[in-house]
Ligand binder design. Sequence first.
Ligand code: OXD
Ligand code: MN
Length: 628
Amino acid sequence: MTLTAPDLPSEALPRLESAATPLTFAAPAGVAPAVAAWVTELAELTRPDRVEWCDGSQAEFDRLTRRMVATGTIEPLASEHRHYSFLARSAPDDVARVESRTFICSEREEDAGPTNNWSEPGAMRETLAGLFAGSMRGRTMYVVPFSMGPVGGAMSRLGVQVTDSPYVVASMRVMTRMGSAALEALRPGTDWVRAAHTVGMPLVDDRGIRRADVPWPCNETKYISHFPETREIFSFGSAYGGNAILAKKAFALRIASVMARDEGWLAEHMLLVRVISPEGRRFHVAAAFPSACGKTNFAMLKPTLPGWRVETLGDDIVWLAPDPDGGLRAINPEAGLFGVAPGTGWATNPTAMETLWGNTIFTNVALRPDGDVWWEGMTDDAPERLLDWRGEDWTPASAEPAAHPNARFTVPLAQCPSVADDWDSPAGVHVDAIVFGGRRRTNVPLVTEARDWEHGVFLGATIASEQTAAAEGTVGELRRDPFAMLPFCGYNMADYFGHWLALGERLRGTGRMPRVFQVNWFRRDEDGSFLWPGFGENGRVLAWMLDRVAGRLPAVDTPLGLAPRLDDLPLDGLELQPGALERLFAVEPAAWRDELDDTEAFFARFGERMPPQLPRQLDRLRTRLGLD
Ligand code: OXD
Ligand code: MN
């Protein structure tokens, strides 16, 4: 077995292969013995035809895309519309993260907690060994060394993913710092995360009979299994997004949250932006929103307020650590955007649209006859004819959407016109404000500031949002999503709340606490219409926050937290419906009754493990609302 074996010509099918073929794997010179040994072990288990160590080069990417075009996994888009870009159509049943098949396999069940699927690690290892055995037969195993955060940065961490999906390799190249530099950084003694992935569709069966490949190989059976104590991830059966690009949700959130707990930092499902006022005052905001809740729009916000600017540092994941100068520093560990396409359009997010000029892998969007892409929300009017995400004819009269609601674009962050010049700096930025949001028709005001860190943790712990298409579930239903981390916290969420509280104690000692805010852009009137226009107008709320952080403005004490004096919100030039502003901040105790009971029941799920500060915050809120 060599690193350079050519692709098998299709006329070689079917072919008999001796199961006893000896395997030899030549790791590149200088690879840390632990990495080489792990790759060999996995190759011996999964039996690929060949092993390719990825260097992250353009030539390698070109080779992969050519291979995928040949197998029909991706098709090139017309270059006059999208330079060097591709469309992938997934299998129709491999379109989203599968939370029901996502497992935290901690040694003890209580360490996974009531919000995770726990599986006993020994039993899970046995199941996975059975599934992985021979799972890559007939395929190439790619070895993908990567760094989350700039290679060598103090807050960065390393990983290696093996995968038999070239689509995943190409995505990892966009989303992480992948290749030779990361491999070189993996010196003996350096910690790294092991991430093993297979689509679970071998091309050679037990009898050695070879079969033809399909454009999007995957398996009905799926496992996304995490072993937090040993920092390992095993993913079987899916090639889609967060199930398969293991650097993202699996490493940078689930495993990293455990590393962060153990080492005293935070791994969060947040965007990161720099807000700049007309006088050049700057502040940095990290904001947690449940999946597909306008996070990309916020990360690329174009404020309507004259002279204000937002620079993008990250759109999905932030790692925060105590800053030697006090407070918190933050990096975005990713290097790309894996954004939800539907709803992203010229009217709603022109910056994202400009980002997508080229070098983009689109997945499950619709294809126009002229070789460009389209999705719902991109333009006001739909083209007259399309191929939908399944590759079938589509017209505006079709009953189903043309793009899958969870269709995605994968694109380098550096291409974003609003990206901050220093987005790639290993030092990160000092965080001034942490924002929690959700999609809420009722109850939650446009903006509130937490009274203190503990109240801020309560606001984070009680985020709820209307369900979106990023995961399985009924779209529109209200789901609790504390810190927007429900599917991404690699350990017991009660301990996670405790970790946030403890970190607050530590930060208080440094004298530079980030302020905590809660926002809701989605509150509606009785007739169902939105009370707030959102998008670029959200910059007005950021402007108020900046003044609060600078200590320039007083706020009004309300039962829910500190609210703006309505005159302090910079609303010049904005036409709201009469009474909308008051409705946006209305505190309606009766409407809170059910929600507080639901919060109490949610907290009760954690039993004794729940830090007492949070039920205490709930009691205080009840009292303030006059509901006790
Ligand atoms: C995502 C998600 O894919 O949050 O970013 O589901
Ligand atoms: Mn996300």
